[in-house]
Design a protein around this ligand. Structure first.
Ligand SMILES: NC(=O)c1ccc[n+]([C@@H]2O[C@H](COP(=O)([O-])OP(=O)(O)OC[C@H]3O[C@@H](n4cnc5c(N)ncnc54)[C@H](OP(=O)(O)O)[C@@H]3O)[C@@H](O)[C@H]2O)c1
Length: 303
């Protein structure tokens, strides 16, 4: 950014970890005035430390994107901004048969309605200012199905549809809308922030061993092969600096592979491969559970 032009202002949600935290730091390093928001201010230390280490600063604000009053306060205080990065998100793993209604609502309130509310709060300021950019961190899960994460995938599909629709509505006002669509990347959503449905281990569910198998697949295959978070952050920064960004940006080898497979009419093969891996993992879990039961019975008999 040139030193003569005023610094652009970017507001980012979900900055306590992962892409949000790293984007806040990188945007500050690139010369933006950063408003980094997070729902749990007890986690602000991580961001503060990262900003300090990089020798930059940001305004850190409390914001839960499911709280309309907090959103209104943030908009009143900080609108207009040049860029809004709707990054906050969560998932709750488990079969769609096991996830509760309350859990589904929570994921939708955060990943979909939270983004809609933030966008509705910040876009009027951009329209008044004559320009703006909304970057929504959606997901590959918004372009293809993600078994055992169906609610998450549904929220991200909804979000991709929202982006595609409002992009056209906002074009006349010089406000751009971009969907950044990462495949799996190493952030806290795959580590400390992994949530599973409260019915994940329900012994009466026909999905029990599949749920367990999916978790094992996550640990043994998906997480070790996940991309580095910085790749996504670099894309977000690149988009922020473009005057005419594209509507969609896929990030990650898995994302490019899956979408290319769909284009080539081969998504059925990719799904078959996923199904096979899930079957193998579920069978392994069933054997493990049986082995455990036998060992327990043996120990009971001995005692
Ligand atoms: N990592 C991946 O593989 C991947 C792939 C595709 C898309 N994504 C998307 O990328 C975005 C960022 O996730 P991440 O991968 O960086 O994971 P992360 O490290 O878990 O970060 C998620 C962030 O969202 C915040 N958040 C959750 N609910 C919130 C709420 N109600 N209000 C405000 N903030 C909230 C979390 O805050 P707390 O710390 O308080 O929980 C955290 O700061 C998400 O939208 C996610 O769906 C991630």
């Amino acid at each position: 950014m040139s030193t003569n032009t005023p610094r652009k202002r970017v507001l980012i949600t979900g900055c306590s970890s992962g892409f949000g935290l790293l984007t806040a730091v990188e945007a500050a390093k690139a010369g933006y005035d950063v408003i980094a928001t997070m729902r749990n201010m007890k986690k602000a230390d991580y961001l503060e430390k990262a900003l300090n280490q990089a020798g930059v600063t940001a305004v850190i604000e409390h914001l839960d994107v499911t709280d309309k009053a907090q959103i209104a306060q943030i908009a009143k205080k900080h609108s207009p901004v040049d860029v809004l990065v709707n990054n906050a998100g969560m998932s709750i793993l488990g079969s769609f048969l096991d996830i509760t209604d309350e859990e589904m609502s929570r994921v939708f309130e955060t990943n979909y309605f939270g983004v809609v509310a933030m966008t509705r709060a910040m876009v009027p300021g951009m329209i008044k200012a004559g320009s703006g950019l909304v970057i929504n961190v959606t997901s590959l899960a918004g372009r293809i199905g993600h078994p055992f994460n169906a609610t998450y995938s549904a929220t991200k599909h909804a979000l991709v549809g929202f982006c595609r629709s409002i992009r056209v509505e906002l074009e006349p006002f010089n406000v751009h809308v971009v969907s950044v669509e990462p495949g799996y990347h190493k952030t806290e959503i795959l580590r400390a922030n992994v949530n599973i449905t409260e019915n994940f281990y329900n012994p009466d569910s026909p999905m029990l061993q599949y749920n367990r198998g999916f978790l094992r697949l996550m640990r043994d295959v998906i997480i070790p092969h996940a991309g580095e978070a910085q790749h996504v952050v670099r894309t977000i920064l690149r988009v922020m600096q473009k005057s005419h960004p594209r509507p969609h940006y896929l990030v990650g080898r898995d994302a490019h592979f899956a979408i290319a497979a769909r284009w080539l009419g081969l998504i059925g093969l990719a799904e078959k491969e996923v199904r096979h891996k899930l079957e193998v993992a579920a069978r392994r879990e069933t054997r493990r559970a049986e082995g455990k039961r036998k060992r327990r019975r043996g120990a009971d008999k001995e005692s």
